[in-house]
Design a protein around this ligand. Structure first.
Ligand SMILES: C[S@@+](CC[C@H](N)C(=O)[O-])C[C@H]1O[C@@H](n2cnc3c(N)ncnc32)[C@H](O)[C@@H]1O
Length: 270
């Protein structure tokens, strides 16, 4: 659990994001649109113009290999012997010291907030976990950001099982919204617990299901959707299914190729 002092040492939202940036003409974004940009998401986002994105749907690495007591840390998988993430990601070991991980994710969210229009929102998928007997609810990452609501993603089942633990079947999605963000008409009827089956048949170690990304996107009215941790391209597929434009960033060339392959197949079948 993170101490209050550490949380309080983070700068406030207002000091991070002073108001007044300009909205851009659409044509400036043309070169970014409907492409996977290979590279570090912070470096790529820093090149993008202010207030150019309507919505962000993303799932960052969870830093799972820093979990205590479940064997992810020492690499043998412990109680999760079949966990795909034992080896981390292709270009990221998922094993940062916790404070560095928190600082990195705050930097990523800060970069995302700069890119969001005043009507924009981020759907930030993460996982709560018990660490040292206490809930790690990610408030250290999110302190100062305008979290409007927490959605529970309830999976139909889990892939890991340990007789000492109830089967884990949920993750969370933080809706981080700028003041002028409004849900699409009737989207509020979806409620705040979404039951959606886990993704299968995807060689990426930690994909979310297309339906999850699609539900986030259809809950918004904006045209330009971004995912700075694009992985296997799920957000792009969901954006195309919803008739939106998208921008994807991914630092693993292998996952970029995987995403491009999935998008090509989707476009052929459409
Ligand atoms: C949880 S996965 C996202 C999976 C994605 N939602 C999907 O459905 O395939 C996180 C992704 O972030 C990527 N990643 C890690 N560090 C990154 C960085 N610095 N910049 C861009 N991508 C990064 C990993 O390679 C991984 O594919």
């Amino acid at each position: 659990m993170i101490s209050k002092e550490k949380v309080d040492s983070h700068p406030s939202f207002d000091s991070l994001f002073p108001a007044g940036a300009n909205t851009l003409p659409k044509k400036i974004m043309a070169g970014w649109m409907n492409k996977i940009h290979a590279g570090d998401c912070l470096e790529v986002m820093h090149k993008m113009p202010d207030q150019s994105i309507d919505a962000i749907v993303t799932s960052p690495p969870y830093n799972l290999k820093q979990s205590t007591g479940n064997g992810m840390k020492n690499g043998n998988g412990g109680k999760w012997p079949k966990a795909d993430l034992i080896k981390g990601y292709d270009g990221h070991n998922d094993c940062m010291p916790h404070n560095k991980y928190v600082a990195w994710q705050r930097e990523c969210l800060t970069a995302m907030m700069r890119l969001l229009k005043p009507t924009g929102a981020i759907f930030y998928n993460h996982k709560w976990r018990v660490q040292g007997g206490l809930l790690q609810d990610r408030s250290d990452i999110l302190e100062g950001f305008p979290v409007r609501q927490i959605i529970i993603w309830r999976r139909n089942g889990g892939i890991n099982f340990n007789p000492g633990y109830f089967l884990p079947t949920y993750e969370v999605i933080y809706l981080i919204a700028n003041p002028d963000f409004r849900l699409a008409p009737k989207a509020n009827a979806l409620g705040d617990v979404w039951q959606i089956s886990q993704e299968s048949n995807n060689p990426h170690p930690a994909p979310f299901p297309i339906e999850l990304a699609q539900r986030c996107i259809e809950s918004t009215t904006g045209q330009v959707i971004m995912d700075p941790f694009m992985g296997s391209g799920t957000t792009a597929l969901a954006a195309e299914a919803e008739g939106r434009d998208w921008i994807g960033i991914e630092n693993s060339h292998a996952y970029c190729r995987l995403a491009k392959g999935r998008i090509d197949v989707y476009r052929k079948l459409r």
